[in-house]
Write a protein that binds this ligand. Structure first.
Ligand SMILES: NC(=O)c1ccc[n+]([C@@H]2O[C@H](COP(=O)([O-])OP(=O)(O)OC[C@H]3O[C@@H](n4cnc5c(N)ncnc54)[C@H](OP(=O)(O)O)[C@@H]3O)[C@@H](O)[C@H]2O)c1
Length: 236
């Protein structure tokens, strides 16, 4: 279904982005994986049986532009690059907190702008939002919540501005990925506690969010949508 289509995934070396890469490859896609760490990218490419890999930080415009140098065509651009850089406004330097906006708004904008001349008309863009858009609860999530809400607004506007390219957002709830490695030894206990609070009694798996990304890639009538995959987390 994605035979010889080129899918570029910022964040494709881990978690949700890697799960999307695996599923896109199984449908025949050619892949470019982008992240900051070459070893992680190479490991991901090996697990896929090969992929083009580019080291770039999505918050660095020149590095993002270099990702697209030499590419002939982009059919789908996926952005899952991001970290969980939470912090309370009272305790943190605003510049540190604003990195969430660099990752989720500025970075995707750099990537979209650079990819546009290469886009095929059947193409689509899939950005990553999150449950915090609707449920900005927890300690120190103010700026990251604003960022994911901003992603939804950005995508809706771009779905009109960039037509016929489709622009959609996947909005994951808590999903068991290396994102939570920053919590160290407490990450398992944290996710277990979250699981018990959710209507489905568990957190999500990267493959489940990856499947949503593939759905938005391959259903050519879905556009300007925010697809929530959160086990009902927005309802509690
Ligand atoms: N997991 C969840 O519960 C959850 C819930 C809601 C939203 N999200 C969002 O979903 C996205 C994917 O998360 P995940 O759970 O798949 O996390 P993950 O396993 O940590 O993967 C993040 C990916 O993004 C890359 N990355 C991070 N910062 C980057 C940067 N500045 N430039 C380029 N690449 C960067 C990472 O590679 P490098 O480190 O090598 O750069 C990695 O490939 C994130 O934006 C996250 O905030 C996740």
């Amino acid at each position: 279904m994605l035979d010889s289509q080129h899918v570029v995934i910022f964040g494709g070396s881990s978690g949700i982005g890697l799960a999307a890469a695996v599923q896109a490859r199984s449908l025949g896609a050619e892949l470019t994986l982008v992240g900051r760490n070459r070893a992680k990218l190479n490991q991901a490419a090996d697990s896929l049986g090969g992929a083009r890999v580019v080291v770039a930080d999505i918050t660095d415009r020149a590095e993002v532009e270099a990702v697209f140098a030499g590419l002939e065509r982009v059919d789908h651009l996926v952005v899952t690059a991001g970290t969980f850089n939470a912090g309370r406004v009272a305790d943190c330097d605003p510049d540190v907190l604003l990195h969430a906006l660099d990752e989720r708004i500025a970075g995707p904008l750099y990537a979209i702008k650079a990819a546009l001349p290469l886009f095929s008309n059947r193409g689509s863009i899939i950005l990553t939002g999150g449950q915090l858009s609707d449920r900005p609860t927890g300690n120190g999530v103010a700026v990251i919540s604003a960022a994911v809400r901003g992603v939804e607004a950005l995508a809706g506007a771009l779905a009109q501005e960039l037509k016929p390219i489709r622009v959609n957002v996947v909005a994951p709830g808590f999903t068991d990925t290396p994102l939570f490695d920053v919590l160290g030894e407490t990450s398992k206990a944290f996710l277990q506690q979250v699981a018990e609070s959710l209507p489905v009694g568990r957190v999500g798996q990267a493959e489940e969010i990856g499947a949503a990304i593939l759905f938005m890639m391959t259903n050519t009538y879905i556009n300007g949508e925010v697809l929530h995959i959160d086990g009902g987390g927005r309802l509690i």
